[in-house]
Design a binder for this molecule. Structure first.
Ligand code: ADP
Ligand code: F6P
Length: 329
């Protein structure tokens, strides 16, 4: 194997740059050539290749986003698109591809693997919704960004005796909402894994208000509904007497400077992806399980729904966070 290409796909996540840097530096150290593909699968189809070297990855460990850029690409989902992608890779004499992205991007990587290409995947998404890895690259940074912002919101909430509804990301997963509710000392997490109980939420607000805790924060995962929709439900019957305001954190959550955890995770995963390809592995995602970096077969992890960590659910309940009712399977 002589030449590896790398691309980032789907929503960007802080730590993609450190991963690209680690892949490049490990590959160069092992005598390989490393190519970057700009703009995800779209850039692959559009033939947007560049050489990666020690100079152009230098300093990238500190940068959020992905300097290779990323995209969502409908054409690549078709078999025709994938065959075209393979032709472009063959033209550039690429022996193996590393894809950094979320669940959808890794399905794309699996499709290329099924055509016989040597492929490795890295979990790059802030949502932490990829089965088979405890953490994805960028999750820790996103949580730290959310914590800083919610701490600021708490200051103004306390000054005005208000309740704030904060909408956070998480397309299908309540991971960011649950974890940030715990670590910001917020009162309610509205998450897709549980059924929200609006009466319990209102009861919690009343209880706090009457106990002189006259401010509250409710964190809503976008995967349940938009924050504005939740506000309507909360205020619908006029039972909430407190002033309520809404803040939608939005894409700020993806733009934080990678934390130590994400820099290290991305560096370790990038290194393992290259070493695994050299030793003949293919068709796997690099994951972290109980602190150990390891490979998981795409077929074992894709198409499966990642559950929220049971210990976090228990902790939330034990410290009095309202998370809703259990949904029977
Ligand atoms: P993420 O990777 O963050 O989950 P998406 O689900 O939008 O983001 O996927 C990113 C891109 O990966 C898509 O635009 C598409 O090009 C590719 N992709 C997604 N799902 C598949 C699939 N089932 N088969 C092949 N490619 C896919
Ligand atoms: O999957 C990562 C994510 O940030 C989700 O949390 C969010 O729903 C989505 O991407 C937003 O995508 P876009 O950047 O296309 O608006």
């Amino acid at each position: 194997m002589k030449r590896i290409a790398v691309l980032t796909s789907g929503g960007d996540s802080p730590g993609m740059n450190p991963a690209i840097r680690s892949i490049t530096r490990t590959g160069l150290n092992k005598g390989l050539e490393i190519l970057g593909i700009r703009n995800g699968y779209q850039g692959l189809l559009d033939d947007e290749f560049m050489e990666l070297n020690a100079e152009n990855v230098s300093g990238r460990i500190r940068d959020a986003g992905t300097f290779l850029q990323t995209s969502r690409c409908a054409d690549f989902i078709t078999e025709e698109g994938q065959r075209r992608a393979l032709e472009v890779l063959a033209k550039h004499r690429v022996d193996a591809l590393i894809v950094i992205g979320g669940d959808g991007s890794l399905k794309g990587a699996r499709a290329l693997h099924r055509f016989g290409l040597r492929v490795m995947g890295l979990p790059g998404t802030i949502d932490n919704d990829i089965f088979g890895t405890d953490m994805g690259i960028g999750v820790d940074t996103a949580l730290n960004t959310i914590i800083s912002l919610v701490d600021m919101i708490r200051a103004t909430a306390a000054s005005h005796r208000r309740c704030f509804v904060v909408e956070v990301m998480g397309r299908r997963s309540g991971y960011l909402a649950l974890m940030s509710t715990i670590s910001t000392g917020s009162q309610v997490a509205v998450i897709p894994e549980f059924r929200m109980n609006i009466d319990s939420i209102i009861g919690r607000l009343h209880h706090r208000f009457s106990a002189r805790h006259n401010n509250s924060v409710i964190i809503v995962a976008e995967g349940v509904c938009q924050g504005s929709e939740f506000m309507e439900r909360l205020l619908a019957n006029g039972k909430v007497k407190q002033e309520v305001r809404l803040t939608v954190l939005g894409h700020i959550q993806r733009g934080g400077t990678p934390t130590h955890y994400d820099r290290l995770l991305a560096s370790r995963m990038g290194e393992m992806a290259v070493l695994a390809l050299i030793s003949g592995e293919s068709g796997s995602m690099v994951s972290t399980v109980n602190g150990r970096t390891q490979l998981r077969d795409f077929d074992e992890i894709l198409d499966r729904r990642k559950a929220l960590p049971g210990d976090a659910i228990r902790l939330a309940r034990n410290i009095g966070i309202e998370i809703g009712d259990v949904v029977e399977p």
